[in-house]
Design a protein around this ligand. Structure first.
Ligand SMILES: *[C@@H]1O[C@H](CO)[C@@H](O)[C@H](O)[C@H]1NC(C)=O
Ligand SMILES: *[C@@H]1O[C@H](CO)[C@@H](O)[C@H](O)[C@H]1NC(C)=O
Ligand SMILES: *[C@@H]1O[C@H](CO)[C@@H](O)[C@H](O)[C@H]1NC(C)=O
Ligand SMILES: *[C@@H]1O[C@H](CO)[C@@H](O)[C@H](O)[C@H]1NC(C)=O
Length: 539
């Protein structure tokens, strides 16, 4: 499938010359962190996905709102970055890249989208699809939003199935040579474009052909192709089984010279597909423990050990209507883990709708930040819950010793000292700092204070006082309950006061016995008692 590359490079190049902006410098890696290459300071990618890889090859939403409006909404809703998708054919095959937006929409009779784009983004219909891709990137750049370009599929269309021809090297639509050609074309097209900080090599490898031998072979080739063409970009490498598994790297690292000159980042996806509400309802603590262990074994381990790497959790998300109870519990569990390890991430997803997805016109995306009409966020409360993920808890250059903040994932808030020493939940940006906690020891305020977290009776308010006799144990397999004994020797757990969702009380531990062992199944919902001591060192 030899394809001409020259023509695509030429028209993209002319377009590039009119783009002027300057907001981000090249990023690089230092140990497990992504850093600004010039200052060495940590840069945390807090992204949302935004797709442009479906059949029309047009960024979703341009038929609903002006690009300038959408691009502003990205930082307004709390993201500093977009993982922006592209299909290989859009950069390798003239019968795709030669299409204007108008022609591409006509191919699928998308008349409503066409008039929507004419109204909201009038210049775009006559532009080629790849030019509009670049216009979107440039507009994001103007809004100081960083962009990771993600090769999502080969043939434009919804992703992903085991046998959709786009899953693994050698599948019907996945010729390795064409893929390399596409990576090179995109790395070249976006050369010098300071909005773009990196490229994701391939979304969700999968299917019957997947195997580690080919993975090592082609991931090296892809990484080298991008790096050669554009040495400024981070190169982001994804795993097998829909990007849920990089565990094989424990045995055999990817042999890339000096971690590709400190540009190598790994990515993974974490959803709860296939684990239903019945399981989560019966075993919330145990299941959280189990899925956390899987995540640690399959990819989180990459951030630890002698040669650690940055890890980009490039997809996770839930139905934001809140009606999927499995997802409601999974996301609390995930937030606790991701807050603790303080990695880079991209939420699935920004778009509130699709022009055409799997045969349906104007399909709503209930995982999307934006609502169906792209007027604003569909669930601002959910976005608030991501605060601890947005902030940097760890800085490389900090001279501060570690302290901890106490995170409550169900609310997305952190513990603060309030009036009379009561403890309440409020924003994690200014959370109360606690000293290093030894399991089974007191939880002391940081900064040389002699005050400690004190257990109250069943249903009483937790407080901070000079009484340091409460010894706090991390209980339950989830590691997410903090319990101390009351005056009668009975263990009580911290819990968000369900009446006001504000104060923190101490109550009988849920799904955990008096002997502190997990119940094998349990009909209570323990999420109100989940707290995580998150390490931090920012000044
Ligand atoms: C692509 O477009 C260019 C310029 O519009 C044209 O010269 C070329 O023949 C087209 N190629 C194909 C394969 O359509
Ligand atoms: C588009 O409409 C034309 C004429 O009605 C029809 O022949 C064609 O099959 C349609 N194409 C698609 C992709 O629906
Ligand atoms: C729980 O919240 C309610 C409503 O604000 C309040 O009246 C009650 O005192 C709180 N419980 C504790 C132990 O603080
Ligand atoms: C308290 O939080 C629960 C669970 O997050 C929620 O269902 C409820 O509406 C909240 N109540 C108040 C008073 O905010």
């Amino acid at each position: 499938m030899a394809r001409k590359r020259a023509s695509v490079a030429i028209f993209l190049f002319t377009f590039l010359q009119v783009a002027t902006f300057c907001n981000s410098v090249p990023l690089s890696t230092n140990s497990r962190w992504i850093i600004d290459q010039e200052t060495g300071k940590r840069v945390k990618l807090t992204c949302a996905n935004w797709v442009s890889h479906l059949q029309p090859m047009v960024a979703e939403g341009l038929e609903k709102k002006p690009l300038s409006y959408i691009a502003k909404k990205v930082p307004e809703t709390g993201f500093n970055c977009v993982r922006f998708t592209w299909p290989t054919f859009m950069f390798t095959r003239p019968d795709y890249y030669n299409l204007t937006v108008s022609e591409s929409l006509d191919k699928y009779n998308l008349t409503a989208a066409k008039s929507g784009i004419a109204e909201n983004n009038p210049g775009f219909l006559s532009m080629k699809v790849a030019e509009v891709h670049m216009a979107v990137v440039n507009e994001l750049g103007k809004n100081k939003v960083m962009v990771v370009l993600d090769n999502h599929v080969s043939q434009p269309g919804w992703c992903c199935g085991d046998n959709d021809g786009n899953g693994f090297f050698g599948d019907a639509n996945f010729d390795p040579a064409e893929w390399l050609q596409g990576l090179t074309a995109v790395a070249r097209a976006y050369k010098g474009n300071s909005a773009v900080v990196g490229m994701s090599m391939r979304n969700e490898l999968r299917g019957p052909r997947q195997n580690t031998d080919d993975w090592y072979k082609y991931m090296q080739q892809g990484a080298k192709a991008i790096h050669k063409e554009n040495p400024d970009f981070l190169v982001i490498v994804s795993g097998l089984y829909y990007d849920t598994n990089l565990g094989f790297l424990k045995e055999k690292p990817l042999p890339l010279q000096k971690n590709l000159d400190n540009k190598l980042v790994y990515e993974a996806h974490w959803y709860t597909f296939g684990t239903g509400a019945d399981k989560w309802d019966a075993q919330t603590n145990n299941l959280c423990a189990a899925v956390t262990k899987i995540a640690r074994d399959n990819y989180i381990f990459l951030t630890t050990g002698e040669n650690p790497f940055p890890l980009f959790l490039s997809e996770f998300g839930i139905d934001q209507r809140g009606t999927n109870e499995a997802e409601n519990r999974y996301i609390s569990c995930l937030l606790a883990v991701v807050a603790e390890i303080d990695i880079d991430w991209a939420l699935w997803t920004f778009q509130g709708s699709y022009i055409l997805r799997e045969g349906t016109l104007n399909l709503e995306e209930v995982y999307g930040v934006m609502d169906l009409n792209w007027d604003g966020p569909r669930n601002p409360q959910y976005l608030d819950r991501l605060q601890i993920l947005r902030q940097k808890n760890q800085e490389l250059e900090s001279k501060n010793p570690n302290y901890y903040i106490m995170f409550h994932p169900q609310s997305g808030k952190c513990a603060h000292i309030y009036k009379y020493g009561d403890i309440i939940l409020a924003t994690c940006e200014t959370a109360t700092r606690w000293e290093q906690h030894q399991d089974g020891g007191p939880i002391k305020l940081a900064g040389g204070s002699s005050r400690c977290l004190t257990v109250a009776g069943d249903g009483g308010a937790a407080s901070v006082s000079g009484d340091c006799s409460s010894k706090w144990k991390i209980v339950s397999s989830s590691g997410l309950h903090l319990a101390a004994q009351d005056g009668k020797g009975k263990y009580l757990c911290l819990e968000m006061n369900a009446t006001d969702n504000f104060t923190i009380v101490t109550k009988k531990c849920l799904c955990v016995g008096d002997d502190l062992r997990d119940f094998p199944t349990c009909s209570d919902n323990p999420q109100g008692q989940w707290f995580k001591l998150v390490p931090a060192n920012v000044d």
